[in-house]
Design a protein around this ligand. Structure first.
Ligand code: MN
Length: 300
């Protein structure tokens, strides 16, 4: 399917290409859907299928352990930019698409709001593929009557101006810069030149990244306030967060590249950000405890 990306850009034939798409059965079979934690709503975004960065195994574990009436895919689910440059599509990525479509067939309402990395799907806004509704943005009414605007969040890039990439300065890039810093200064010292701190510059940039995120959250919340809603749900900056700006709720559902987070709404309207690696650790600890008490009961 994704080898046909050029067809997508052509527009023509793309709709039929997408409607013909059937993922092959999953490499990792899906367990039964009983015993899953049930939520009213789940939001996930920034999965970046088609890249090595995607934590597909963790996302499969998440999908196999939770269920909801409605699920929002808040953009950057498939990384079309990267796929066009280099085709990368392991079995686990297919398993995720299969699970999402299966969920739609089981009756979960699935709303897909493409982001900037999967913007090739934006041309299908208003259409429905296998029970997946494609929207540019959505309004979600919570169980306790709050109205939330749901969008990917790249809409604000123009307002945020330059240095967008700074928000993505990762540990690996930082570490590489530190190594480079050591090398540059070893050379400089041999040449009799004074120490020059690349790391200081880097730290300044990281501080800028923190400021960027904070400013972004405020810009998005203010835009939501102008639309007269109670809050906003977005993704895009790979930073799961809840903040209140003059009573307007800002929720970011995080990502599945670094944080592995999801945003959920409980049946009473209460919302929660789940950090899935922590949920797995908790589940494994509970299982170990249960196994231990079973052994004690057996011994008694
Ligand atoms: Mn994005």
């Amino acid at each position: 399917m994704f080898g046909e990306c050029d067809d997508f850009d052509e527009g023509r034939g793309a709709v039929s290409a997408l409607s013909r798409f059937r993922p092959t059965p999953p490499a990792v079979p899906e367990p039964g859907d009983d015993g899953r934690r049930k939520f009213r709503t789940i939001w996930i975004s920034d999965v970046h299928l088609g890249t090595k960065g995607c934590n597909a195994e963790l996302l499969i574990d998440f999908l196999d352990n939770v269920d909801s009436e409605t699920m929002y895919l808040v953009g950057d689910i498939i990384d079309g930019w990267r796929l066009k440059k280099k085709f990368y599509w392991p079995a686990a990525h297919n398993d995720i698409v299969w699970r999402i479509l299966k969920r739609a067939r089981r009756g979960t309402r699935i709303v897909y709001i493409p982001g900037n990395h999967d913007e090739m799907f934006r041309q299908f806004t208003g259409l429905n593929f296998g029970g997946v509704e494609i929207r540019r943005a959505a309004f979600h009414d919570t169980a306790d009557g709050r109205r939330l605007m749901v969008l990917h969040g790249d809409e604000f890039d123009a307002v945020m101006l330059a240095h967008r990439w700074l928000a993505f300065v990762g540990d690996a890039a930082y570490g590489a810069m530190m190594a480079l810093n050591r090398w540059v200064n070893a050379v400089r010292s041999r040449l009799g030149l004074p120490y020059w701190s690349l790391s200081k510059m880097a730290k300044h940039k990281v501080k800028n990244a923190v400021e960027f995120i904070s400013r972004y959250e405020e810009v998005v919340a203010r835009a939501a306030a102008q639309r007269g809603v109670d809050g906003v749900v977005c993704g895009h900056i790979h930073t799961a967060e809840f903040r209140l700006f003059d009573g307007v709720e800002y929720w970011n559902d995080g990502d599945w590249v670094e944080g592995c987070n999801a945003l959920v709404e409980h049946f009473d309207g209460r919302m929660e950000i789940l950090h899935w690696p922590e949920e797995i650790a908790r589940r494994e600890a509970a299982a170990a405890e249960q196994a231990a008490s079973a052994r004690i009961a057996e011994a008694a």
